[in-house]
Design a binder for this molecule. Structure first.
Ligand SMILES: [Zn+2]
Length: 1024
């Protein structure tokens, strides 16, 4: 599963930091508490009724049998069962399923009524009894259970009625989303049984379980229905054992109107016309009259082939009227991409289909494990709670992450889309074939899929250099921002309540998971890492595995090569402890170190360290790589393991000009600090010949320096001085790292008095590169858009150059370069006057935003109109975000209100609108007020999908930085009743940090800018 997010967004939207104490028991969703209260009440009523009923039916219960068991709580038990000591155990009261029974196979028949968005179904589960029990406890949520029966003969067809067992009662227990069946007699170990349940439900409007969505084609509204079961929503579509370790096979049969087609994990065995009325439950295998299909309201029955053993959460189906395009992988897997007919005919699916075909081959080679199913469908839906979901054989994507209009899409849109596809295909192995035992280790699948986004994209486009470069800024630097908060949490975290499960899908799981896996891959070396993964996948295929299983396989691979590294011992420090260390390497402290020696110490890195928030007991096994360099060369790296708080190591001969560099290419998940003398030597090196230091290390030095300064561990001037070499930097990544740091500072400073000191400084750094590179050339208008993507691949050699050009233009325009502003204005004027958009897609967001902020209201109206008329999903998003750049509070308010109340703005985009208004200094207060005023509406709308809610909270609050705003946030947390919410807790810590930085450091920061060390700069600023 992948969250959809722009790469440039700074603070993660997904991170919901869990309280580290037992507080989470208090944090249970209020609705659940209410549900619990209600269920207790129901239980009391039900038990009373049951007791009364069983007393009355005392004389006739023997003849009733299990078939009489009806709705929830109805009892047909005998008096002897009424007060049963076993019920004292009440296994449904526990949040996890009891391990007494295991499902082996599900036969699931569903009739889908698209005309009124309901479904009814029968599920028949073959169960294996492991321990004697009278209770069958499984999951069911929001379902109306109409009948339940249990038979002793698992092989008997569920409709034959053979071997029925007498039921005591069955009931729903909503608090734990469970269905409980109580039997008269115990089920016996080793024997197999069959549970049959009939049920009905609603195809929801919410994006969970089995839900509906729609699109417009030729002014006609058309509907589709699709599932989203991860992590805990399969239970909303059929009663099932909805925990990942209860793997079983599934045979699905769908009945629906012949106007639609249906898809599932497996290919259909057959589609037969069907003349039965939907409620007629005669045997499904009866061959119907072929002519029935010809009728206007004909129904069809589609039976899908039996799946391999799998978890419930990646079972999937869809009923829709889409078209498809098709290809085959090298090994003969049929790959199809399904989407709206107009998207298919315009070629918007071609690119994703093409890369998927290549990726299947890549992963099969890399893992040395074949793809397991005969087909793979990619389904593009208009609405989805995440970017995509990796259902085995039927991966579902939101349109913006899989459809690509060749002429409209920017390079970053294409890159994001590519990575989402790479991610989901990786899950076909990591997640679907081998599944984490429980959600506490969700990072085992998400960390891998996220890491492979970079490895797999490198395979597709080697020149992008994703794993070596882009990974640093987009994953490592980003997650270290979050994991440096004291409200962070360990990557493996306890998950007790159902409500906690959504919370584990956060950036810590995804990005820290990926960063730790990358660190381990580099420590092991590529070949051994691959060997270990292959062993892990083949040993645990069609089953589950825990992190220890992975550590064991990786240790074995190392032992095979004669290396004795206990991977478990090494990795537990990184996975069971929160945060990460800052490693300080010093030649001068303590004084009088023997020649060639350095002291190396490790300490828990926290932004609030300066106010004593660090946890001094935390310690890691740190694989620190170091190299020595001077003005003309750098030594090869060597690895030092750091186990203790402070160690002394022999590094080699160092004279006064020798600098030392740690964490080579930033493969390690930690920061490195040095003595000030070493920082000075490194800074001088960058100024005189920066290419001695690798691109990755240049970006790493910039990120470390700015963050160490933010935490008060380094003087502010050291970081600013370090980027003094940027005018000569011609590679994208160091610029990207610097601009991330500068935007972060910009948002802290943009309402301070001396702001222009800062913006002038940035413009000075950018000017020469901006003039050297200029703007990208105009987009060709009227290029045929249906050219096959594989022939006109945009993956040009100049990709890095294009990205750098974009970065520099963005910096220039946003910090106020006049030439840049004129260019943007002329681009928009050209569009308005010619009604042809010739603006290069790569800079459209910059042009639109700049024009909206500089030009009058007509431009805003023009883009608003274009937003409505555009059909290209990527373009729509860019236009909407540009509307948030206005200086006018009137327009911003209008946009916020329209986004909330009208259907004009898609529901999932409202959050982005609010956040982007908040990034605009003219809109910050407006967005913050709007957020608080509308909190109840917003929370009701997005509260269920925690991902969205925490993205909203994080986005709206991250740049609040005045003591007044901090007070307002505290008041809001108090008053909103959501005080214990982890996203709010995190927001509070970030805002406190902002306020603290401004109080402690911003004077020092401006002071440095006022007497900037560069002679040119000093004279430039002399007159101010
Ligand atoms: Zn995923």
């Amino acid at each position: 599963m992948r969250n959809g997010r722009r790469l440039s967004d700074q603070w993660a939207d997904a991170v919901v930091v869990r309280p580290r104490t037992g507080e989470h028991h208090l944090a249970v969703h209020r609705r659940l508490v209410l549900a619990f209260a209600l269920s207790i009440l129901t239980l009391i009523v039900v038990t009373t009724v049951a007791v009364l009923l069983s007393v009355r039916s005392e004389d006739c219960n023997a003849t009733q049998g299990s078939t009489a068991a009806g709705g929830a709580g109805r009892s047909n038990g005998s008096r002897g069962d009424r007060v049963d000591e076993d019920e004292a155990h009440q296994p449904w009261k526990r949040s996890r399923l009891p391990g007494t029974l295991r499902p082996r196979h599900y036969d699931l028949d569903l009739s889908v009524h698209m005309e009124n968005f309901t479904f009814n179904g029968d599920v028949s589960v073959e169960l294996e009894c492991l321990n004697a029990t009278r209770y069958i406890v499984l999951h069911a949520d929001r379902l109306d259970v109409t009948s339940v029966s249990v038979s002793s003969d698992s092989s008997t067809s569920r409709r034959s009625g053979g071997g029925l067992l007498r039921l005591h009662r069955h009931f729903l227990f909503p608090y734990n989303q469970m269905l409980v069946v109580v039997l008269h007699r115990e089920l016996r170990p080793i024997r197999a049984y069959r549970l049959n349940v009939s049920f009905q439900g609603v195809i929801e409007d919410e994006l969970l379980g089995f839900y509906r969505s729609s699109y417009t084609l030729e002014r006609e509204r058309r509907y589709l229905a699709v599932t989203q079961f991860s992590p805990t929503h399969a239970r909303k579509a059929f009663p099932c054992f909805d925990e990942p370790s209860f793997k079983a096979s599934f045979s699905l049969t769908l009945r629906h109107s012949a106007h639609f087609l249906s898809l599932s994990n497996m290919p259909p065995d057959g589609r037969t016309p069907d003349d039965r009325t939907p409620d007629d439950r005669t045997p499904a295998d009866r061959t119907s009259d072929r002519e029935a299909l010809d009728g206007e309201n004909g129904w069809v029955t589609v039976r899908f082939a039996r799946t391999p053993r799998m978890s419930t959460y990646f079972l999937a189906w869809s009923v829709c009227d889409f078209s498809f395009i098709e290809t085959h992988s090298g090994s003969g897997v049929k790959i199809r991409l399904y989407a709206r007919p107009d998207a298919i005919s315009s070629g918007a699916g071609d690119y994703a289909l093409h890369i998927t075909r290549r990726l299947l081959g890549f992963y099969q080679d890399y893992f040395q494990v074949q793809y397991s199913l005969p087909k793979l469908d990619l389904l593009a839906v208009p609405k989805h709670p995440y970017a995509a979901m990796e259902n085995w054989g039927l991966s579902v994507f939101v349109e913006q992450k899989i459809l690509l209009d060749q002429d409209e899409a920017s390079a970053s849109y294409r890159m994001e889309l590519t990575m989402v596809v790479v991610h989901e295909i990786c899950h076909q192995w990591f997640g679907d074939l081998v599944t984490p035992v429980w959600w506490e280790d969700v990072w085992l699948k998400e960390g891998f899929a996220h890491y492979f986004e970079y490895v797999g994209t490198d395979f597709l486009f080697p020149k992008w250099n994703m794993e070596k470069q882009r990974f640093l800024t987009d994953v490592l630097h980003e997650v270290m921002l979050l994991d440096g908060l004291s409200s962070s949490h360990p990557i493996s975290q306890e998950v007790a309540q159902a409500a906690d499960i959504d919370r584990v899908f956060d950036w810590i799981a995804y990005k820290k998971g990926a960063a730790l896996i990358r660190m381990l891959a580099h420590v092991m070396g590529q070949n051994l890492f691959q060997r270990g993964l292959n062993d892990y996948l083949t040993t645990h295929m069609y089953s589950n595995a825990a992190r220890v299983d992975l550590w064991n396989k990786l240790s074995e691979a190392l032992r095979w090569a004669g290396r004795q590294v206990d991977v478990q011992q090494m990795m537990e420090g990184w996975t069971l402890q929160m945060g990460y260390p800052v490693v300080t390497v010093s030649k001068t402290d303590p004084p009088h170190l023997p020649i060639g020696y350095v002291s190396i110490s490790q300490e828990h890195f926290l932004y609030a360290q300066e106010v004593g928030a660090g946890n001094s007991s935390l310690q890691w096994q740190v694989p620190l790589t170091v190299a020595l360099g001077n003005s003309s060369s750098i030594s090869s790296e060597h690895l030092i393991w750091i186990h203790n708080k402070t160690e002394t190591h022999l590094i080699g001969p160092m004279d006064g000009d020798t600098w030392l560099l740690g964490n080579i290419n930033q493969t390690g998940y930690f920061r490195v600090n040095y003595d000030l003398d070493n920082w000075k030597l490194l800074t001088q090196q960058l100024l005189t010949n920066h290419q001695i230091i690798s691109i990755g290390n240049r970006a790493g030095l910039i990120d470390d320096a700015f963050n160490l300064a933010r935490a008060g561990l380094l003087p502010q001037g050291v970081a600013l001085q370090l980027i003094g070499y940027l005018p000569v930097e011609s590679d994208f990544l160091p610029w990207h790292a610097a601009s991330r740091a500068l935007y972060q500072l910009d948002k802290l400073l943009d309402r301070t008095e001396d702001y222009t000191l800062f913006s002038d400084y940035v413009l000075k750094q950018v000017a020469s590169r901006y003039h050297k590179m200029g703007w990208p050339s105009n987009a060709p208008s009227n290029t045929p858009s249906n050219t096959p993507s594989n022939n006109r691949s945009v993956m040009k050699a100049s990709y890095q150059t294009e990205e750098l050009q974009r970065e520099v233009v963005m910096l220039a325009c946003s910090f106020g370069n006049k030439h840049c502003h004129r260019q943007a204005v002329s681009h928009i004027s050209d569009w308005i006057s010619s009604n042809k958009n010739r603006i290069p897609p790569n800079v459209r967001d910059i042009v639109y935003c700049t024009a909206v902020s500089l030009m009058d209201e007509d431009v805003w109206e023009f883009l608003w109109m274009k937003f409505h008329s555009s059909n290209a999903v990527s373009e729509k998003k860019v236009l909407l975000e540009a509307l948030t750049c206005s200086d006018s509070s009137f327009l911003l308010s209008r946009l916020l209100n329209l986004s909330l109340s009208s259907e004009l703005v898609p529901e999932q985009d409202l959050i982005d609108v609010i956040i982007h208004v908040g990034r605009n200094p003219h809109g910050r207060e407006l967005a913050w007020t709007f957020f608080r005023d509308k909190w109840e509406v917003l929370n009701a709308r997005y509260g269920e999908a925690l991902f969205m809610n925490s993205k909203l909270i994080g986005g709206v609050t991250e740049f609040l930085n005045t003591p007044k705003e901090l007070e307002q946030l505290k008041e809001f947390i108090q008053a909103s009743g959501a005080g214990a919410g982890p996203a709010l807790q995190r927001a509070l810590e970030i805002v406190e940090g902002n306020v603290r930085w401004l109080r402690l450091h911003h004077h020092q920061f401006y002071q440095w800018l006022r007497k900037a060390p560069d002679a040119n700069m000093a004279s430039d600023y002399a007159g101010r």
